[in-house]
Design a protein around this ligand. Structure first.
Ligand code: EPZ
Length: 430
């Protein structure tokens, strides 16, 4: 697999345009198969996870193609001829978001149970609780979730945890159920709101998305939404904000929704960076010394878990002691081991990581273990002395559109190298 090489010491300056949100686009692509008419999705990032989801939706018999860069035509005219094969489903956990749409429109779904992944077990009990509550009959047959329902009936569902995926699956299924569905303790992430807005564009009747109580009045069918634009990616934006601060640079992010980034902006200000907003732009500057901060990841509007590894990278060179508590996933500190290979001083105990800032990181050959860990290693490489070679760079391609080009546009020295190329890693003083 390719490596991403980052030469440290370059200050990031300039403007960068943020792409569409991966986690909104994936859910909305699943919802689009509920429509009885074609729809064009706009501002869809052409990233690896979206391409996998496009293939999955095509395997159901849908017509899906790019009408122009970022704009995707989607139309599933009738019942799927077959369900997506395991080989495809296992590549993308978000394939589980096809359950609700297939069940609602066709009364049948067979999706392989996505295994755990590098950040945790990631069970689906809340998805099943909600779909069963709507009247679906669910069984697990040879690793495949088999769901059937003659007609879904509205119900009241309490989510023990505000799961993003479970909220989305249940909300989509409820749109075509008979009567009202109430989801209590629902996830409030911006991507959930974007999905609800898309469903309403299709003629659904979803109210309360963005709060912890979502009410859905079932309708007979969905359609009539010719075009829909996906929101900007707050996690890509946050990654660039941290890269700017990490290199003590000055960057303007364009095409963002500032209030989606408030948890991160607040933390960066607390650390001593300057962050200010103007319309759909955010300005980030960090000239002077930074102070250590404590982070607790929480469901939105708390600090996002998807920004936690990137924040750990930044804090590894902030003088003093910073503490991170990861409350969402049970195994999301794996990047700490890679950062320690670069000289970081991080102690992990369960869901708590204690970071003692060091003067400088050293470039090294490191390995991305998941998408956001890969992004964290890019930030570390931007700060480090010498070159950092990031193996498994394909993980980064899952969630970042044109990352190298965008970083080079800001003055970074970053490029691809074939796997296995020797590196000039410096010694790491222990
Ligand atoms: C979504 O995953 C995102 N993925 C994740 O982003 C993100 O980290 C996560 O939400 C939390 O914000 C997409 O939207 C495609 P959850 P999801 O269900 O829906 C537990 C990235 O890097 N849980 O909110 O799978 C679960 O174990 C990815 O872009 C149950 O216990 O997240 C976890 O501890 C990584 N039972 C917690 O809830 C369930 O039935 C949050 O999971 C479902 C979840």
């Amino acid at each position: 697999m390719d490596r991403l090489v980052v030469a440290g010491g370059h200050v990031l300056r300039g403007r960068v345009t943020i792409s569409g949100a991966k986690n909104a686009a994936l859910a909305i692509l699943c919802a689009a198969i509920m429509s009885e008419e074609p729809v064009v999705l706009e501002n869809v990032p052409d990233i690896r996870d979206v391409r996998v989801m496009v293939d999955l939706v095509r395997s159901l018999g849908a017509e899906v193609y790019w009408v122009s860069p970022g704009n995707l035509y989607v139309y599933l005219s009738g019942p799927p001829v077959e369900m997506p094969p395991y080989q495809q489903v296992k590549q993308l956990r978000a394939s589980n978001l096809l359950l609700g749409p297939l069940l609602a429109r066709f009364g049948w779904a067979e999706i392989s149970l996505p295994g755990g992944c590098n950040i945790g077990v990631r069970p689906m009990d809340l998805h099943f609780k909600g779909l069963a509550g709507l009247g679906a009959r669910l069984s697990l047959e040879r690793g495949v979730i088999v769901a059937r329902a003659s007609r879904l009936e509205g119900t009241r569902i309490y989510l023990d945890f505000p799961s993003v995926g479970a909220t989305e699956n249940i909300m989509m299924a409820a749109c075509l159920a008979r009567g009202q569905t109430v989801i209590e303790n629902a996830a409030k992430e911006p991507e959930v709101v974007d999905l609800a807005n898309f469903l309403n564009c299709l003629g659904a009747r979803v109210r309360g998305a963005g709060t912890d109580i979502i009410k859905i009045e079932g309708v007979a069918s969905l359609g009539g939404c010719r075009r829909y634009g996906v929101i900007p990616d707050r996690i890509e934006a946050g990654t660039f904000m941290l890269a700017a601060v990490a290199t003590r640079g000055e960057v303007v992010l364009e095409n963002v929704i500032p209030r989606h980034l408030e948890p991160l902006s607040a933390k960066l200000r607390e650390a001593g960076a300057e962050v200010w907003e103007e319309g759909d732009r955010i300005f980030v500057r960090a000239a002077g010394p930074l102070s250590p901060v404590d982070i607790k990841t929480m469901p939105f509007p708390g600090f996002p878990t998807d920004m936690q590894p990137q924040m750990m990278a930044l804090l590894s060179t902030v003088p003093g002691t910073s503490v991170i508590v990861e409350n969402i996933f049970e195994n999301r500190f794996r990047v700490a081991e890679e950062l320690k290979r670069m000289g970081a001083n991080i102690k992990v105990e369960g869901r708590v990581a204690v970071i003692e800032g060091v003067e400088k990181l050293q470039g090294a050959t490191v390995r991305a273990t998941d998408l956001r860990a890969g992004a964290a290693l890019v930030i570390a490489g931007l700060m480090a002395e010498g070159e950092t070679h990031i193996e498994n760079a394909v993980y980064i391609d899952r969630g970042y559109f044109n990352l190298e080009e965008k970083l080079r546009g800001l003055g970074a020295a970053v490029w691809r190298a074939p796997a296995g190329q020797e590196t000039d890693t410096g010694a790491v003083l222990l």
